[in-house]
Design a binder for this molecule. Structure first.
Ligand SMILES: [Zn+2]
Length: 79
């Protein structure tokens, strides 16, 4: 009976350690993703980047707010 209890405690401790490691790993991966910034202008959710001046425009805009160039269609955007 004592052995079974000890075994259960060891298993519970192992599960806890594994869960902590998984959480730490995910948090580290998330912060790495957040700190990684591409030098190339990439489309972001809700904004359309101007291909010529890289200004942020609303995805509903058809022309750039800064330079007035026609913006590409957002229909092909992948979310
Ligand atoms: Zn522009």
């Amino acid at each position: 009976m004592d052995q079974q209890l000890l075994l259960a405690l060891i298993i519970a401790a192992g599960v806890g350690v594994l869960a902590s490691l998984a959480i730490l790993h995910r948090r580290r991966r998330d912060s790495a993703d957040a700190s990684r910034e591409s030098p190339i202008a990439a489309p972001r959710e809700g904004v359309k980047l101007c291909p010529s001046c890289a200004a942020e425009n609303l995805w509903t805009d058809s022309r750039c707010v800064r330079c007035g160039r026609k913006l590409p269609d957002a229909q092909r955007a992948v979310w």
